[in-house]
Design a protein around this ligand. Sequence first.
Ligand SMILES: [Zn+2]
Length: 283
Amino acid sequence: MNFSNPGADIFVPEAAIAPEEALRQVTHLCVGAHQDDIEIMAQSGISDCIGMKGKGFGGVVVTNGAGSPRSGSFAAFTDEQMLAVRREEQREAARLGHYSIQLQLAHPSADVKRSGHAGVASDLASIFSGCLPEVVYLHNPADKHDTHVAVLLRCLEAIRGLPASKRPARVLGCEVWRDLDWLPDADKVALNSGRNPELARKLLAVFDSQISGGKRYDLAAIGRRTANATFHTSHATDSLAGITWAVDLTPVTRDCGPSIRDFTAALIARLGADVSQRLKTWS
Ligand SMILES: [Zn+2]
């Protein structure tokens, strides 16, 4: 297995098998922009795979994680040192979460933002053609982080470039920077992220280089899951301890499907109609 950037990292935490074989065993695949995005988005998929025969979780981090803010004990770190720390933190998450494979492609964010960048395109094409997952977790199209949106678009391009029979069965866009509580209920996919709470806490706490500067992503991600579960329905008791909201992007990956822009604009229009209708009903 070879990727285009010399800094790419291929890590198979558990089994003594070739990376190609580990990737083939992946049934739940998450592709995120940065180290820690996977653990915020796909706790549900990690839980689905732990201890389950025939299930395997795969994590892919597309960028090198450069340019992250640093403070506290990391304040004096050079870019190179910071990249090494973040790479190792992601490996530790993969160990803790018993992932089948963890890939870090180490692309500069600027390359990911260019459609048609040969290295990014070929790396993603070889990953998506090297497994046939039941479910793929991606960033959501209404995310407000530019790199997240760019990674989502590159992934959709790679999936659409596969023969129809080789495309993943289900593709979900998950909340990170901008939650998905605003989606009309009929368009929401509830990912059960309330299982294995102690593991979930540890998986987020691994990313000390991001947290120790005062960005408590660990508390925020778990708090959001709890809030989503409670504020889901006003008349029912909480049936799940934690929910991560996602939107089903599978139609966008099909040949006759809508463009991601039209698909997302339609979701936003449905929110507008829902708000407007309720105001009208109770006027
Ligand atoms: Zn991110």
